[in-house]
Each structure stands twice: as structure tokens, then as C-alpha cells.
Design a protein around this ligand. Structure first.
Ligand code: IVH
Length: 661
């Protein structure tokens, strides 16, 4: 199929899926996936429709707005419409918003900010201080009468604490504590009942029960955020204080800011703190403090210009599983890890998610190619929550655990009655860790900031399996790791990404070929010049190199014949690593050295490496081709032979002078 054909199919599948969830939500009062996941699907659809406008249809879920009150409740027209807020997702969005407002009223605004509680909006009407009517938002103009249920909520005063004549309308949010929600779901699980998706959902469902006894059983709470009418007020701050005096709980951590600039650091603080609140907070509401000015700014569409919702990044998103790869844990357990099409979750880009074990994969029926919901909260590695089967392509492939360990080739067993597959080689994990540390060491890729603790965590969490995986890491993958602040994660990713080109000899070191150290790697590079030639070198050709014996030659050949090595090389290539062919540069190009005897504070291997780094060659027996013989203390027969051949001799001190010149 053409690429455009593929897109069309995807657009249709997305629409079907989104419509299915809308039906569940609005008609059956059920929710199978989170709002964030649904938003993520809608975003993808919106993006595809923007790219291919001829695929837009009138019935596309992107083309409609709003909902209507249900007939089962008495309808309550709102005296002033219950508006919604425009969302901002970045400081830039806020600046744009302020700029637009300044065009209407060119003054310096001060702002009052409150937590944005993730609950359900209700309107409460008090007459002469007594609660008379409570209504849902409905379509904003007409809501549903839910007075009978709202009277069961303890946090809502039935009588105002201060005398108020006439009608006063207070609006706010009904919500539920996270802990109460968990308790309720645990109880329902025990009773074999279906589980609720999230606290907000229960709140919405509860206040729309026809029988108030049911609502009374639910631990609902309330925060007030507005006095819509009935009291003359000049500022939001004053409104906030009065609400408390009247007996209403108000969202905590409200604050006044003299400018948008002052508000910025508050966002960062709250973004970190938000998961610690005992209730769900999905952002901050920023309100122009002066109510007269706010009113003068007016309304655009269904939202007041004077307030805006700064939304925190969602903890869930949808994306596609590109591959499933197993990773070996400390105790040899094989953990399946999904490689994802990168997606932004909770403000960071995520490209991996754990699938835990075989049982989980079977239970969730996860396949390669599936569209899935990934969830990331606080300090845990993202996980695949759920598959969206409607979006499964025909080509989706079920995952099978390998029979042999992909790292060491040892046998893999499935534990009896267990979900766990295990590599039978006890040394598998430590060996893999060492290989990665070796690849990032000074002699190879020279990546700073990747110590054994981090490497171990990355392996254990399934973020990497081999060194080539490092180039796939995003800062979002790293920040959840212990002691990994955003800045450090960004720095490490940058450091890794800056190493995309590597000289052949260093690359050969990074491969961890058994029996091949820095010196042999350099010998190989000098002899064969390109990676391809090293890979294809025969044992005979390898043996022809000075210093390479049978054992080393066999082990090089065996390494490159190993399927896993071939895969690793392919992964490096895919990661964009360019292996630089050997070029002879430096002051010893074409020069051959022989070292004999003790060189003092330098080992012979170190001396050889210096010569090689400068394009020269080091041999271990005297011959006519040798240019310099460095004769150290206690030199034996080699020195004598060199003398007999009339070769140029240097003392270790002279050699050192030569290299420092
Ligand atoms: S002020 C025009 N303050 O968020 C509506 N709203 O996305 C003025 N919400 O409809 C709203 N916490 O249901 C305001 N501290 C808060 C809020 C809050 C939650 C809800 C409210 C509103 C929705 C907008």
C-alpha cells in the first residue's frame, strides 16, 4: 500500500477507536482509557488531518464540541453561563495569552493562581444563606439538578457562615482523594465488581446518581473556586478569602504574582510537587487578579479571556510498539522491553517501556506493531498499560521469548509455574555490564558520566541491553532513575550523542573482542585500515600481523562470525555511529620501533600505544626494517641483535624527549 493509503487506514482506525470511547463515556457512563490517552489519540488524528486535509470528514471526532444535559435530571438554566478555560501547555503559550490581553487593555496585569483540581465542576445556589440548588455544568448554559446528591457532601456548607441576603452562586470542583479512590477500588475488586478508571470519573458518576444514598456512600469532597454572582468583589484574592469565610474549602497554595515572570518559577515547583498532593491536580489556573479588568477583557468562544489553565503534561499517551526486546536482569531474568515510537509523556520523551514478564504480555496481549497506552508517573519507568486492539495492523506480530540468551547464547528456561524466563548462565549480567563499561571507557567511546551504578540501573530497568542502545536513550528515559536530575540526564544524553564518530582502533576496543586490547586493536587498524576488512580478515591474514598469535587470531575470527556480534554491528550502524577508517597521521608515520628492556616509568605497552597513536608501528623482534630500537635496562638478546644489524638505538630518556618534542 502507498504511504498515503497507510495514513488513510490509520485515520479511519483512529476515528473508530475515538468514537468507541466517546460512546462508552457519554452513553454508557463508562471509561476504559484515561482522558490523557484519548487526547493522545485525538492529537494523532488531528496531526494526520492537518497533514492530509482531504481526509477530514464532517463526522470526524475532531470536528465537534460539547455535550448535553441528560433528561433524567431536572434541567437548570445557569444565570451566567458556566464557561471553560483555554489551555496553555508552555510558558510561551502564557506569554502569547498575555500579549493578546495587553492589546485589549494595555496595562501590567497581576495574577492570582490556584491549583487546577481534576474533578467535576458544579454550581451551588444559596438563597438568604441556605443551599437551594446544585447543578452540573451540562452544556454550559443548562445543567442538571443534582441538589439531592450535593447535599450529601460534607465539605459543602448547607448554610453560609456569614449572613448573605438574596442569591449567591458559588462554583467549584467536586473531587475525590486518591487514597479514597484506591480503597474503593480495592473493595470493589474483592466484591468482584468492575473497577473505576480514575477519581474524577467516580466523582462525575457519583454526583449524577439518581439515588442520593449511592452518592452519600462515595467519599466526595469539594473545593470552591468562584463566586459567580451575588457579592460585589474587586479581586480574585478577595474572592478566595471570602469563600473561606463563607465556609468553603479552597484549593491550597493559591498565590498572587505581580507578573508572569514571577509565576514561572512557581510552575516548575508545582510541576514537581503535583504528584504529592493527595488529590489529582492537572495544572494551575492563572487568573487576572483585578475582577473589573477581567470582566472587561470579555469572553472568547466559551472561555473568559481573563483566566487560563496551565496544564501539566499528561502522564499517559498512546504510541506504537516498534519492537520487543529482552533484557537480562541482575539475577539472569529476561525482562521484555517495548521499544516505542518516541512519545512525550509527563513532559519528557519516552522510547522504552517495560512489559514486566511473560504473563503480563499474555494478559495484555501485547504484539509488535500494536498501538498502546504508556503510563509514566513520578519516579517509575514507563509501562505499557493497555493495547488498543482496534488499531492493531494485520502485520502485528506476537512476541516469543528466545530459547537461548541473546546476550551470552546460554540456554533459557521458563521457571516452573512462573512467569519468569531465566538465562542459565549466572555470569550473564555482570559480563554484560562490563562490556558496556568497557565500550564507554577512555580507550573506546570515552563517554563521561556513565559509571557502574547507572549502567547497572539502565540494564536492570531494561533501558539498554548492549552499548549500541545508549544512543537510543532520551533524557526522559534517564530522569526517573535514582538520583538523576533533569540536568544531569540531559548532559549525559548530549555526551552520548556527541560520540557518533570513532576511530577504527577505538571502535575495536569498544566491541569487547576476547583477547583484544588497545594495542592489538591498533595493530588491526593499522594493518586493515577499514572495519570491513577487519571483519572479513582470515586467520592467516591475522596471523601475519606482528604480535598476533593463534589464540588471538582465532578469537577475532570467532567473534565476527558470532551472530550476536553481527547484530551489534548493525545496531551501531543504525544508531548512526561512523567508524573512521585508519589514516596515518602523526610524527611517526612509516616509522618502526622496537622496545626492549625496562623503560622505567613507562610500560612497553604504553610506549607502543604512543607510537601507534602517532602513526608509527611497534614490532617485537629486531630486523633490518626497524628504524629505532629503544633499549631499556636489563635488555637482553634483542639489543645485541639490533647492534649487530647496526640499527639506530635510543635510551628511554631520548625516546621520551622525542615524543614530547
Ligand atoms: S476557575 C471559567 N479555578 O477547570 C471557569 N477552575 O478547565 C473558571 N477547575 O471549568 C474556572 N480547579 O471546572 C478554576 N482552581 C480552579 C479550578 C478550576 C479546577 C476546573 C473548572 C473549569 C475547568 C477548566
Amino acid at each position: 500500500m502507498t504511504a498515503k493509503g497507510e495514513v488513510k487506514k490509520r485515520v479511519e482506525a483512529l476515528r473508530k477507536e475515538i468514537n468507541h470511547h466517546r460512546y462508552l463515556y457519554h452513553v454508557l457512563d463508562k471509561q476504559e482509557i484515561s482522558d490523557a490517552a484519548l487526547d493522545s489519540l485525538k492529537n494523532e488524528l488531528m496531526e494526520l488531518e492537518t497533514q492530509f486535509p482531504d481526509f477530514i470528514t464532517a463526522d470526524s471526532p475532531t470536528q465537534r464540541v460539547g455535550g448535553q444535559a441528560l433528561a433524567a435530571f431536572r434541567q437548570v438554566p445557569h444565570a451566567a453561563p458556566m464557561l471553560s478555560l483555554v489551555d496553555a501547555f508552555s510558558v510561551d503559550d502564557l506569554q502569547e495569552w498575555e500579549k493578546r490581553n495587553k492589546k485589549i487593555i494595555p496595562i501590567d496585569f497581576s495574577y492570582f493562581t490556584e491549583l487546577k483540581i481534576d474533578g467535576v465542576a458544579v454550581s451551588l445556589i444559596y438563597r438568604d444563606g441556605a443551599l437551594k440548588v446544585a447543578a452540573t455544568r451540562g452544556d454550559g448554559r443548562v445543567g442538571e439538578d443534582v441538589t439531592h446528591n450535593m447535599r450529601t457532601i460534607d465539605a459543602i456548607p448547607l448554610q453560609l457562615r456569614e449572613e448573605m441576603k438574596g442569591e449567591v452562586e458559588v462554583r467549584g470542583e467536586v473531587y475525590m482523594l486518591k487514597a479514597d479512590f484506591e480503597k474503593m477500588n480495592a473493595r470493589r475488586k474483592k466484591e468482584g465488581k468492575s473497577l473505576f478508571a480514575n477519581p474524577r470519573n467516580v466523582s462525575a458518576g457519583s454526583i449524577r446518581q439518581l439515588d442520593p444514598k449511592l452518592a452519600a456512600k462515595r467519599p466526595l469532597r469539594f473545593y470552591a473556586w468562584e463566586i459567580a454572582r451575588g457579592v460585589p468583589l474587586t479581586t480574585r484574592q478577595e474572592e478566595y478569602t471570602l469563600l473561606q469565610k463563607l465556609g468553603f474549602p479552597v484549593p491550597p497554595h493559591a498565590q498572587l504574582f505581580e507578573s508572569l515572570a514571577d509565576f514561572k518559577s512557581f510552575i516548575a515547583k508545582e510541576e514537581k510537587r503535583r504528584l504529592k498532593y493527595p488529590f489529582q491536580v492537572d495544572g494551575l489556573v492563572l487568573k487576572v487578579n483585578n475582577l473589573g479588568i477581567s470582566r472587561r477583557l470579555g469572553i472568547i468562544g466559551k472561555a473568559p479571556r481573563g483566566s487560563i489553565a496551565y496544564k501539566f503534561a499528561a502522564e499517559e499517551a498512546t504510541t506504537v510498539i516498534e519492537d520487543i526486546v529482552v533484557q537480562i536482569g541482575r539475577t539472569g531474568t529476561l525482562t521484555p522491553v517495548a521499544h516505542l515510537k518516541p512519545v512525550s509523556v509527563a513532559g519528557t520523551t519516552v522510547s522504552r517501556a517495560t512489559l514486566h514478564n511473560a504473563d503480563e504480555i499474555e494478559r495484555k496481549d501485547v504484539r509488535i506493531g500494536d498501538t498502546v497506552i504508556v503510563h509514566k508517573a513520578g519516579d517509575i519507568i514507563p509501562e505499557v498499560v493497555k493495547v488498543l486492539p482496534t488499531l492493531r495492523p494485520k502485520s502485528a506480530k506476537p512476541f516469543q521469548f528466545p530459547k537461548v540468551c541473546p546476550v551470552c547464547g546460554s540456554k533459557v528456561i521458563r521457571e516452573e509455574n512462573g512467569a519468569v524466563y531465566r538465562c542459565t548462565n549466572k555470569k550473564c549480567f555482570p559480563v554484560q555490564r562490563e562490556k558496556i563499561l568497557h565500550a564507554v571507557s577512555r580507550a573506546a567511546f570515552d563517554i563521561e558520566g556513565l559509571g557502574d551504578k547507572i549502567t547497572e540501573q539502565l540494564l536492570q530497568e531494561g533501558l539498554i541491553k548492549d552499548p549500541a542502545d545508549l544512543w537510543e536513550l532520551t533524557a526522559g528515559d534517564l530522569t526517573p532513575l535514582e538520583k538523576f536530575a533533569d540536568k544531569k540526564a540531559g548532559k549525559l544524553v548530549q555526551e552520548i550523542q556527541s560520540r557518533t564518530s570513532i576511530p577504527l582502533a577505538r571502535f575495536l576496543v569498544a566491541l569487547s573482542i576476547p583477547n583484544v586490547g588497545a594495542v592489538t586493536a591498533q595493530d588491526l587498524a593499522q594493518e586493515f585500515k577499514t572495519l570491513d576488512k577487519v571483519i572479513n580478515a582470515s586467520v592467516e591474514k591475522l596471523l601475519a600481523i606482528e604480535g598476533i598469535g593463534e589464540k588471538v587470531a582465532e578469537s577475532i575470527k570467532a567473534f565476527f562470525d558470532f551472530k550476536e556480534a553481527k547484530n551489534l554491528l548493525k545496531k551501531y550502524e543504525k544508531a548512526g555511529i561512523r567508524v573512521e577508517s585508519y589514516r596515518s597521521t602523526g610524527k611517526f608515520v612509516g616509522k618502526i620501533f622496537l622496545f626492549t628492556g625496562s623503560l622505567g616509568d613507562m610500560t612497553r605497552d604504553e610506549a607502543k600505544q604512543i607510537v601507534q597513536a602517532q602513526g608509527g608501528k611497534a614490532v617485537s623482534s629486531a630486523g633490518k626494517e626497524v628504524d629505532y630500537v629503544v633499549v631499556g635496562e636489563d635488555a637482553g638478546s634483542k639489543a645485541k641483535k639490533a647492534e649487530a644489524l647496526g640499527l639506530t638505538q635510543l635510551t628511554p630518556a631520548e625516546f621520551k624527549k622525542m615524543i614530547s618534542q
